[in-house]
Design a protein around this ligand. Structure first.
Ligand SMILES: Cc1cc2nc3c(=O)[nH]c(=O)nc-3n(C[C@H](O)[C@H](O)[C@H](O)COP(=O)(O)O)c2cc1C
Length: 343
């Protein structure tokens, strides 16, 4: 039985960022033999994407473990893969607090953290010390807010972090670094992806995009990604739009995640699926909170899924619950492996 229903009122009594720090501190206590080193394997859920073997398709999205403090702990809780970051070349403090808000009535979060992180060198040292794990760890990189050359920051991120990553993610979709999303625009995206391609190592590279795109953007981004040998597209980040919300924090600035993002994120995924014709793997993120949501994303073309906000509301047992639900669904619908269900 999950303890989270008992712990949640305690966590929710704290402000959101304090609760997050306390959670990371608790997770850090789970080391060594105190937890199984690997998630239990279910053959029907094991899947290969971009040459990597994922024990199950349910991943932890970037932003929870920004400094790579607890990736093994999160794998041990049943995630098939964990994406750490966003990590920038130099450490940076991020935006002033408060910058993280729980919209409880909407089962949502708004954040304007602004890439607070301890920088590449710190994360690299920590990931270097880790033993080989089962499960996949991706490293999500970004640019420093005051960087004079943002493209060089991404190239440095790939160069420095690739040796300790199973895959790299180029994050150009955070709404909380002014101008960053402009890297999704036509000329800028080509320039960025050409530079990353030139500096890449043997590790797969994923591109994380925003759900807020205009008609035609999906086709253009897919073409640029394929032209520059990107291995998968993550669809996507938080939204700057505001669907109807009930919470008093509804008009806080930042990116919205969780339940109200679901329809938008699914729609964006469908557009990318249509634009790509299956020519590049897609990873579905945004408002996924149960096995039905994950299944819908997979049927819509996602080879893998990720989540963050639903874990805030439902606790860390969510990864195992969704994985189990997906395995049941596969059996019910007569598939032998999750890859066959990808739409
Ligand atoms: C507090 C918070 C911080 C986040 N930080 C990052 C980040 O540093 N890099 C990134 O690529 N995405 C970040 N995200 C976005 C998530 O990875 C994910 O794309 C988004 O929240 C949608 O998924 P969800 O509805 O399951 O949360 C953050 C999300 C939240 C809620």
């Amino acid at each position: 039985m999950s303890l989270y229903p008992l712990l949640r009122p305690l966590a929710f009594a704290l402000d959101a960022e304090t609760a997050h720090r306390a959670t990371i501190a608790l997770l850090k206590l789970r080391t060594g033999t105190a937890f199984p080193p690997e998630p239990p394997s279910t053959p029907s859920l094991e899947t290969k994407v971009a040459g990597l073997t994922f024990p199950n398709p349910v991943g932890l999205a970037a932003g929870f473990d920004k400094d790579a403090e607890v990736p093994e702990q999160m794998l041990s809780l049943g995630f098939g893969f964990v994406e750490v970051g966003t990590i920038t070349p130099q450490p940076q403090a991020g935006n002033p607090r408060p910058r993280l808000f729980r919209l409880v009535q909407d089962t949502a979060v708004i954040n304007r953290m602004g890439f607070n992180n301890k920088g590449q060198a710190d994360a690299r040292r920590r990931l270097d010390r880790r033993a080989r794990w089962r499960g996949v760890i991706g490293v999500n990189v970004g640019a420093n807010k005051d960087s004079a050359d943002r493209i060089a920051d991404y190239v440095a991120g790939v160069r420095v972090m690739s040796p300790v990553a199973d895959y790299m993610t180029i994050n150009i979709s955070s709404p909380n670094t002014p101008g960053l999303r402009g890297l999704q625009d036509e000329g800028a995206l080509d320039e960025l992806l050409a530079a990353v391609e030139e500096g890449r190592t043997d590790k797969p590279i994923f591109l994380k995009v925003a759900p807020d795109l205009n008609d035609g953007d999906h086709e253009r981004i897919v073409k640029a990604a394929i032209d520059h040998k990107i291995d998968a597209v993550i669809v996507g980040n938080t939204t700057v739009t505001r669907p109807l919300l009930k919470s008093r924090y509804a008009s806080e600035q930042g990116g919205l995640s969780g339940e109200p993002l679901k329809t938008l994120a699914l729609d964006a995924l469908r557009r990318f699926r249509r634009a790509s014709g299956g020519g590049i793997p897609l990873i579905g993120v945004g408002g996924i909170s149960n096995a039905d949501d994950a299944w819908e994303r997979i049927r819509a073309g996602a080879s893998l899924v990720q989540l963050y906000t639903a874990m805030v509301y439902e606790g860390p047992g969510i990864a195992k619950r969704i994985a189990r639900g997906l395995a049941d669904r596969l059996e019910r619908e007569g598939f032998t492996n999750i890859a066959e269900a990808v739409g």
